[in-house]
Design a binder for this molecule. Structure first.
Ligand code: NAD
Length: 446
């Protein structure tokens, strides 16, 4: 086998594949900085030389608008690679550690050094199937690992394209692409990896962690959940609505860090309903269905799940849907109560419920009564409110003022806490995830 793209993989074949990559890893081929940089440069070339092909595939799979495909998938991944190429040498430099206490002869020195882990497995979700696959793959390669790459199966066109392109660019002795769904992923998960990086829902996340436990393999779980938005009184609701609409309805709401629901006081809720209606019309026109600037739902199963949530509360705007086109209009629901279906699961679609609370205390209580979110958003001009949200709640990320965009700051770690996941990545944090920080003590013999 030279070019590795596999589908219909059995457990025996998966074992042979991992063995082959481990043999390569043990030769030391993946460790030099030059190899790592070369792989990153080739991955970058794949993205720049085939950007339009990837955008076409994303359009086929998700009706993803071209500008969105470049912004959140292709260019996003290129920027991540550029940032890593620029800083990798510095990040990998051993860090001296101070020696204190008795018993160390003169000349003793201590340091930490990053070691690659070995053979990594990266499993992607379908909602950003380029970004969520290739950003962790870049981290695994930059850290000097061999890697098995498992694209998301629901985005078929993107998966097939990546499975064709990746072996043409990357070192086939040290990387392999496996296409497929639960059967192939299960065959892979039975193998001994040195790290498993999984993005997707919590149910499969539990399965991944159980499989990893068999081999004591560390995992990064990039999961989801409901990301709350607190809107304070007396903020500029035109700006708030424009930013909520611009982020919530991107990719038709199928974003792990999409604002999931709004918490605000009753008076602000009324005014926000109007502002959101105007902002949706400004962005998508009166009927976004034919608009190429608006995405579609990934499949019928998710379409049916989402339309069942439309009955909650009172529809302020939207609600129109078409199963054949997998289209659901950008929808705002008001007067939603916490026990309605739309509040019982992560929405992961273009539906934004507004719930009312008496103020900040109740909002903090509401957030803390539920699973720790992947992101918490707040629109406020009040420093005490900012401080209280920072100190009194726990979430993967906390973002004041511009939802989702904390992901685009390369020096910030991206990941969840509690039910929204464990571990993180992006930039230097990807190196920490895909490496072992080894303690080295060096004591002179004479
Ligand atoms: P998905 O269905 O694409 O599943 C993710 C991966 O798990 C796929 O590669 C799939 O092959 C594999 N898989 C699915 N079922 C399996 C099974 N039974 N056994 C073994 N492997 C299996 O993605 P999804 O779960 O629908 O993704 C949506 C969820 O992912 C949402 O909860 C969302 O919030 C979360 N998400 C999180 C992030 C993040 O970065 N934290 C990003 C995107 C999505």
């Amino acid at each position: 086998m030279t070019t590795e793209t596999r589908t219909g993989l059995t457990a025996d074949e998966a074992a042979a594949l991992v063995d082959r990559l481990r043999t390569t890893y043990r030769t030391g081929r993946t460790k030099p900085l030059a190899w790592r940089k070369e792989q990153l440069t080739r991955l970058r070339a794949l993205l720049t030389e085939h950007g339009d092909d990837l955008a076409d595939a994303l359009h086929t799979d998700l009706h993803k608008p071209r500008a969105e495909a470049y912004l959140s998938e292709i260019d996003f991944t290129v920027r991540e690679i550029d940032h890593t190429l620029e800083h990798l040498e510095e990040w990998l430099r051993p860090q001296p550690a101070a020696i204190t206490g008795p018993g160390f002869p003169d000349g003793s020195a201590a340091r930490t050094k990053f070691d690659p882990l070995g053979v990594a497995l990266v499993i992607s979700a379908w909602n950003y199937p380029v970004n969520l696959l290739l950003v962790p793959v870049a981290g695994a390669l930059a850290s000097g690992n061999a890697v098995v790459i498992k694209p998301a199966e629901h985005t078929e066109a993107t998966s097939a394209l990546l499975a064709r392109l990746l072996p043409a660019y990357l070192d086939n002795e040290a990387t392999a692409v496996v296409e497929g769904g639960p059967a192939e992923t299960t065959a892979l998960l039975a193998q001994h990896f040195d790290h498993i990086f999984y993005t997707g829902g919590g149910a499969v996340g539990r399965f991944v962690m159980k499989a990893a436990a068999e081999h004591l393999t560390p995992v990064t779980l990039e999961l989801g959940g409901k990301c709350p938005v607190f809107v304070d009184r007396d903020v500029d609701l035109t700006t708030v609505a424009a930013r909520l609409v611009g982020t919530k309805f991107t990719n038709a709401g199928q974003t792990c860090v999409a604002p999931d629901y709004v918490l605000t006081d009753p008076a602000t809720a009324r005014a926000l309903e109007n502002a959101l209606t105007v902002a949706i019309e400004d962005r998508y026109g009166a009927g976004p269905a034919p608009s190429d600037a608006y995405g579609r739902i990934i499949n019928e199963r998710h379409f049916d799940r989402l339309t069942a949530l439309l009955g909650s509360g009172r529809t302020v705007t939207g609600g129109q849907h078409d199963r054949a086109g997998k289209y659901i209009a950008p929808t705002v629901l008001a007067d939603v109560s916490p026990d309605e279906p739309v509040m019982r699961e992560e929405i992961f679609g273009p539906i934004l419920p507004i719930l009312t609370v008496s103020g900040l205390d109740e909002a903090i209580g509401f957030i803390n009564d539920r699973d720790k979110p992947l992101a918490l958003y707040a629109f406020t001009e009040n420093d005490t409110t900012r401080r209280r949200l920072a100190d009194e709640t726990s979430s993967g990320g906390l973002n004041f003022g511009l939802p989702i965009r904390h992901l685009a700051v390369p020096e910030l770690p991206f990941g969840g806490v509690g039910a929204s996941g464990m571990g993180n990545y992006h930039g230097r944090y990807s190196i920490e995830t895909f490496s072992h920080r080894k303690a080295v003590l060096d004591v002179p013999l004479s």
